[in-house]
Design a protein around this ligand. Structure first.
Ligand SMILES: [Zn+2]
Length: 413
C-alpha cells in the first residue's frame, strides 16, 4: 500500500497505559499484582473488553479467560492475531505484557479509522496468563489456544494457598473442563509487541527492535563432591574441598559465556553447601547453571564446553562431579518474511529499527513453531523490567504502535 502509514497518537497511548496501570496497583508506585484469575486480573479483562467494544470490535472470552476483540475480514477465514499477556509478576510494572495489548488496541483503532475493514480478520488478544506468577502454568493462554495444555494441569497446579487452577477458574466463572474449546486453528500469523526488558535499544537510542529469535535455554544442576574435614586440622594441600572446585567451575562457566560475547549469558544463581558449617571443609556443593543463547548450535557447544571444564576441574582437584540437565527450551526463530514487513513499516515511518534476539521468554515462542510469528520491541528506560520502575515513554509506545499498525495493515489489508 502506498497511502501514508497509520500513526497512533502519543496521547492515546498515555491514556491507555495510565488507566490499565491502575488495575492491580498495590499503592501508587508500589507495583502491580494481577495474577491469573484474581480480582485485579478480572477487572483488567473487563476494562480491555470495554475498550475493544468502544473501538468497534466483536468481543469474546474463551474457556481459559483469554479476551478477544475481532474485526472480521471481508475475504478470508483466517485470522491475523496481535496482543500479549494481561497478567503481571509480583510488584510488576505497567508495560510488560499490557503494552502489547494496548498498542494492538490503538493500532487496530487507527486502522479502522484510516483503512476500514481488512481483507483478513484482525484479532486482538489479552492473553490470560504468561508469567507463572500464581500457578506454574506459564504461557497458559497461548498454550490453551494451541491445544497444548496437559489434561491434569487444572487439578494438579496449585497456588501458594493450595488453590487449584481449576478452582481459581471456577471462581471467576470459567469452566476448566471446557479448556479444549479454546483451541484455535484459524490463526495465520501472530505479531506481538513487547517492551525489550533490557537496555540495548535505550542505550543506542533505537526506536524499535525487530526480534530475530527468542533465546533458548539450558538449566544444569552441578553437584560437586569432596570430603568433609576439620577446618583447623586439615592442611590446605590435603583437602578435597567441594566449594573450591565449585567456585572454579562457576568461574569457568561464566568465562565461557563472556568469551562467546553477547547475547550469550550464563548464571549460577542457586547454591547449596553441605554440611554448611563455618568450621567444616565443604563436602558437597550443588549449584545451578542457567545458560542462554538464541542459536541452538551455540547453546549445544557452550553446554558441552561447560561440562568438559567442570569435569577437568574435578579431576585435577580429586573431586567428583555430576551434571544433570533439568530444563531445555529450544530457541524460537521469528518468521523472516514478517521481520521484513516490520522493517519496512518502520522505514516507511522514518522509525529507527534494528534486529535483535530476545533474552526473555514470550508468548511468541509458543506460537513460532505453529504459525508465522514476529515480535516488535520498544525501549525500556534503563532496561528496567519486572519491577515498579518499568517505564517506556508514551511517545516510544506510540512509535511502536504505529509500526505495529503498519505491519498489520500490510498483512491483513
Ligand atoms: Zn511479558
Amino acid at each position: 500500500m502506498s497511502d501514508p502509514l497509520p500513526k497512533v497518537a502519543t496521547r492515546r497511548m498515555e491514556e491507555l497505559v495510565t488507566e490499565l496501570g491502575r488495575v492491580g496497583e498495590q499503592q501508587p508506585g508500589g507495583g502491580l499484582i494481577r495474577f491469573a484469575y484474581d480480582d485485579a486480573w478480572r477487572a483488567a479483562g473487563v476494562l480491555v473488553a470495554r475498550w475493544m467494544t468502544e473501538v468497534g470490535l466483536q468481543v469474546r472470552t474463551d474457556a481459559v479467560g483469554n479476551v478477544f476483540g475481532r474485526l472480521p475480514g471481508t475475504e478470508s477465514a483466517s485470522t491475523v492475531l496481535t496482543g500479549s499477556h494481561i497478567d503481571t509478576v509480583r510488584f510488576g510494572g505497567k508495560y510488560d505484557g499490557a503494552l502489547g495489548i494496548l498498542t494492538g488496541l490503538a493500532a487496530i483503532e487507527e486502522l479502522i479509522r484510516t483503512c476500514g475493514r481488512p481483507r483478513k480478520s484482525l484479532e486482538l488478544v489479552a492473553l490470560c496468563e504468561e508469567e507463572s506468577s500464581r500457578f506454574a502454568a506459564d504461557f497458559f493462554g497461548s498454550r490453551a489456544m494451541l491445544g497444548a495444555i496437559g489434561p491434569d494441569e487444572p487439578d494438579t497446579l496449585r497456588d501458594a494457598d493450595g488453590v487449584t487452577l481449576a478452582a481459581a477458574m471456577r471462581r471467576v466463572g470459567l469452566d476448566p473442563t471446557a479448556i479444549g474449546s479454546a483451541r484455535r486453528t484459524d490463526v495465520e500469523a501472530f505479531v506481538e509487541l513487547h517492551i525489550e526488558q533490557g537496555r540495548v535499544l535505550y542505550d543506542e537510542g533505537t526506536q524499535v527492535g525487530i526480534v530475530s529469535a527468542i533465546t533458548g535455554l539450558r538449566w544444569l544442576d552441578v553437584t560437586v563432591t569432596g570430603r568433609a574435614d576439620h577446618a583447623g586440622a586439615t592442611p590446605m594441600d590435603l583437602r578435597l574441598d567441594a566449594m573450591q572446585g565449585a567456585a572454579e567451575m562457576t568461574q569457568a562457566a561464566t568465562a565461557l559465556a563472556e568469551a562467546e560475547g553477547r547475547p550469550a549469558v550464563a548464571t549460577c544463581g542457586a547454591w547449596q553447601v553441605h554440611p554448611g558449617g563455618v568450621n567444616i571443609v565443604p563436602e558437597r556443593v550443588t549449584f545451578s547453571i542457567d545458560l542462554r543463547h538464541p542459536v541452538e548450535a551455540t547453546l549445544d557447544r557452550l553446554a558441552g564446553r561447560i561440562r568438559q571444564e567442570c569435569e577437568r576441574i574435578a579431576t585435577r582437584r580429586g573431586l567428583e562431579v555430576t551434571l544433570d540437565d533439568t530444563k531445555a527450551v529450544a530457541p524460537a526463530p521469528m518468521d523472516e518474511p514478517l521481520q521484513k514487513v516490520i522493517g519496512e513499516a518502520a522505514e516507511g515511518q522514518g522509525v529507527s529499527a534494528r534486529p535483535m534476539p530476545s533474552g526473555a521468554g514470550h508468548d511468541s515462542q509458543m506460537w513460532a513453531p505453529h504459525v508465522p510469528t514476529a515480535m516488535i520491541f520498544v525501549p525500556s528506560v534503563e532496561g528496567r523490567s519486572h519491577c515498579p520502575e518499568e517505564y517506556t515513554p508514551a511517545e516510544d509506545c506510540a512509535v511502536g504502535a504505529s509500526v505495529l499498525a503498519g505491519t498489520l495493515r500490510e498483512i491483513a489489508y
